[in-house]
Design a protein around this ligand. Structure first.
Ligand code: MCN
Ligand code: CUM
Length: 795
């Protein structure tokens, strides 16, 4: 065999992209920037009908009667579905992700404003909406439970009387840590600081609302569902179990998704109703919600009432943290988290500190509000945990008269303590926390900022500096500890090389804007030296991808990213065997360089991956036991979560006359291990920081005392824009995960998790001259002003 002149491997592809990791523009941008994306509402299926949902105008009422006769008489209406229709099909209730049940359409009562009461299927979407007004529902109002703190009062109305024998609104009690040990530590501590705080109800509010098209083929019995969802395979299994349709006859397709942020993890009643509509009419049925429906009825986030306590020595050594949480889960417990964890991963509230003891208790309750929970870049409640501990550390600093940065540096886990087992049972994989915080302080010019603040205070100007340090655990499983409705959290991946060396990678995870088509191609490129533009990433279609649990909890890179790396490594190993056969040498004689196996000591003798792929598909006699073609398939069960971390510093100015907060600077140092694509990682961080500013300063899904949702439009539920965001200043440290094959940790939620406490800490720091110790989010001008007057805030 002759070989061409050997040239050293190039680190850029013919298209100018990096081979492997590095900055490159997103492959998906070619279609998105030209307006050529295919979102759910762009799809038109031949013969498709349109559905609209009638929703409850009140928070709590008994349904006396529903008269659909006028709607049915509408010339363009094909079907009107009520709870009674569903009862006859045994589909009136569906399981939630937390082993509760949720009404698909209300039968007995409505339990929150915006709850689904009836669906109209019509020839066009306008007629469907018009016909909703022709449905006459008589309600008998019941008193609502709006304030979670009153949900367990003995005289509180019982919301979930659908469950026989239920006499209260209690869902669960859950605890973590060692209570006795924590009590001991607290009893002996010099200083104990206590604070109640609310992480208000907020909403992921993706740009694209939720929707679905269901098509039941009456002849084949095959159900095709196009839907905005983050976890197509899990959805397929749930449809099979709920509707009794054989799973092999169900195909779930997620088209391009215009943002998920956790809002598209679960199955909503509208999805099930579209399937029922298609079964009843024999036509495909499309249902897409509007903005108000999205904000009022789909998965909300947070709503945690927390009482935190922190104990320390007089000289600032943190000894313990205790937390008591009242969790508002709305009318149906639809929280998305691994089954064993009813409070998600909240028990990581010990944060980034070396404590002697910790304990938390969480009580979940029903209220007359929309169900859901956890969604919105939360890492399964780590958002609430980080907020709690980072506010408590600042309150402690205030009590001790210590600098909040110094106090953190004194108590952060030290690099030599990793792997570190926390007092609530987490095994943090790796970290160098002081390095990250020092780096953030350096970028911020921390000492100079404090000097500026002192000068401003003398002039009566309000400037605040807020710090937060966070640790997340992302990348669920392992499957033996973590499941969603019994499905273990492991993910499949298939890599197939074509004869010419181009590749296809099939994934179970589902991008919603995170750029998987680019970064997963880069992961394979890193391992095989194939240009990323030559690797087609396929996802979002259950019939064309291997089973897996989908994208949330920043698990794609930690789990499926590992699967892709292992698949590529298997292909590389097989390529070595084939190269040895082709060159008639031993595999031990071969060495790997980017994209090529070559003979040690004779680099001109070698085979590129593309050459091997042709050989593997060709006529070369393959060694005993080696199959033709160049493919690999992997199911990756992560041995542990990965633990990204970061240090954030926020600088704010507060107008003492109006209470208006301006975020002047925001410094974010993140560590997610090596960065596959630094540009995409920065984009994830920028987006999450904007989320954090939004939550800290302007967002809340609020309710009046009758349970009316007053956050149901973008007039009331505010999204941060470039006007409210500073030019982000980002930095990085790189601490690889020891158990991920490429050291990668997740990043998709880090900034949303880490930034709200930095903003709030900064605002409270600015208000120091007014003696303000704490104020709950959102720190709107009105709320800041009231805190300055020592008055209770509006919620
Ligand atoms: N990445 C990287 N190097 C790393 C880690 C990640 O280059 N060391 C890249 C990844 O390959 C991927 C992106 O960064 O392209 C995010 O990766 P990861 O942290 O694995 O998170 P997921 O892909 O699993 O995304 C989920 C996460 C979640 S849970 C929410 S919520 C959220 C978030 O992503 N929703 C988003 N970011 C979002 N970004 C957009 N644009 N839209 C959403 O809906
Ligand atoms: Cu919690 S929001 Mo994301 O995990 O899809």
């Amino acid at each position: 065999m002759t070989s061409t002149q050997h040239t050293a491997p190039s680190t850029t592809s013919p298209a100018g992209n990096p081979i492997g990791f590095g900055r490159m523009l997103r492959k998906e941008d070619a279609r998105f920037l030209r307006g050529q994306g295919h979102y759910l509402d762009d799809l038109v299926v031949p013969g498709m009908l349109h559905a609209a949902i009638l929703r409850s105008p009140v928070a709590h009422a008994r349904i006396v009667s529903i008269d659909t006769s006028q709607a049915e008489a509408h010339p363009k209406v094909r079907a009107v579905i009520t709870g009674a229709t569903l009862e006859s099909l045994n589909l009136a209730w569906m399981p939630t992700l937390s082993a509760d049940v949720q009404a698909v359409l209300a039968t007995d009562k409505v339990r929150f404003q915006g709850q689904e009461v009836a669906m109209v299927v019509a020839e066009d979407k306008y007629s469907a909406r018009d016909a909703l007004e022709l449905i006459d529902v008589e309600y008998d109002d019941l008193p609502p439970v709006v304030d979670a703190r009153k949900a367990l009062d003995p005289d509180a109305p019982v919301i979930r009387d659908d469950v026989e024998g239920r006499t209260d609104n209690h869902i669960f009690d859950w605890e973590a840590g060692d209570k006795a040990r924590a009590d001991e530590v607290f009893a002996a501590a010099d200083v104990v600081v206590t604070q109640e705080m609310l992480y208000p109800r907020v909403h992921p509010a993706p740009m694209e609302t939720c929707g679905t098209i269901a098509s039941m083929d009456r002849v084949t019995g095959r159900l095709t569902v196009w839907s905005t969802n983050q976890a197509p395979h899990a959805h397929r299994t749930i449809y099979a179990l709920v509707a009794g349709i054989p799973e092999h006859n169900i195909q779930i397709i997620s088209p391009d998704i215009g943002g998920g942020f956790g809002n598209k993890v679960g199955i909503y009643p509208g999805y099930v109703l579209a399937v029922v509509g298609s079964i009843l009419t024999g036509k495909p049925v499309k249902w897409v919600e509007d903005r108000g429906e999205n904000l009022m009825s789909t998965s909300f986030a947070r709503d945690y009432h927390m009482k935190g306590e922190i104990a320390a020595t007089r000289d600032g050594r943190i000894l313990g943290v205790r937390v008591d949480v009242l969790a508002d889960h709305g009318a149906f417990n639809g929280t998305a988290q691994p089954t064993k964890f009813p409070a998600g991963f909240f028990h990581i509230f010990t944060g980034s500190y070396d404590l002697e003891a910790a304990y938390c208790k969480v009580t979940g309750v029903y209220t007359n509000k929309a169900p859901g929970g956890v969604a919105y870049a939360c890492s399964f409640r780590i958002t609430e945990a980080v907020y709690l501990v980072e506010r408590m550390v600042d309150l402690l600093a205030d009590e001790l008269g210590a600098d909040p940065a110094e106090l953190r540096l004194k108590n952060l886990l030290r690099p030599e303590q990793f792997p570190y087992v926390s007092k609530t049972g987490w095994e943090y994989d790796s970290g160098d926390y002081p390095r990250a915080l020092k780096k953030a302080m350096e970028i911020a010019g921390y000492d100079e900022l404090r000097r500026e603040q002192r000068e401003k205070r003398e002039r009566g100007e309000l400037m605040g500096i807020g710090i937060s340090f966070f640790t997340e655990g992302v990348g669920a499983g392992p499957r033996k500890h973590m499941d969603i409705l019994g499905l273990g959290m492991a993910d499949g991946c298939e890599l197939r090389l074509h004869p010419t060396g181009k590749a296809q990678l099939r994934l179970s995870v589902q991008t919603q804007g995170q750029g998987h088509e680019t970064t997963f191609a880069q992961i394979v490129s890193h391992e095989l030296g194939i240009p990323p533009e030559d690797i087609d990433v396929i996802h979002g279609d259950t019939s064309n991808t291997p089973f897996g649990l989908g994208t949330y909890g920043s698990r794609s890179t930690p789990v499926s990213g590992a699967a892709a790396a292992v698949a590529a490594q298997r292909v590389r190993d097989k390529a070595r065997v084939i190269t040895a056969a082709a060159l008639e040498c031993s595999t031990d004689d071969l060495e790997w360089e980017q994209g090529r196996w070559y003979v040690k000591g004779d680099p001109s003798q070698g085979k590129t991956i593309a050459e091997v792929s042709m050989l593997a598909h060709g006529t070369l006699e393959l060694p005993e036991g080696v199959e033709g073609h160049l493919d690999a398939s992997v199911v990756y069960d992560p041995p542990n979560l990965t633990y990204p971390f970061g240090a954030y510093i926020c600088v704010v100015d507060v107008d003492s006359g109006t209470g208006q907060v301006t975020v002047r600077r925001f410094i974010a140092v993140d560590d997610c291990g090596p960065r596959v694509n630094p540009m995409i990682v920065e984009g994830q961080v920028h987006g999450g920081l904007a989320d954090g500013v939004g939550m800290a300063l302007m967002q809340v899904i609020a309710f009046d005392e009758d349970g009316n949702c007053v956050g149901g439009s973008f007039m009331d539920y505010l999204l941060p824009t470039s006007m409210e965001c500073p030019s982000w200043e980002t930095g990085e440290t790189v601490t690889p995960s020891p158990h991920h094959p490429l050291g990668l940790k997740g990043i998709g939620e880090s900034a949303t998790v880490g930034s709200p406490p930095a903003v709030v800490n900064a605002v409270i720091d600015a208000l120091e001259p007014y003696g303000v110790r704490h104020a709950d989010m959102p720190l709107t001008p009105a709320n800041v002003w009231m805190a300055m007057q020592g008055r209770p805030m509006r919620t």
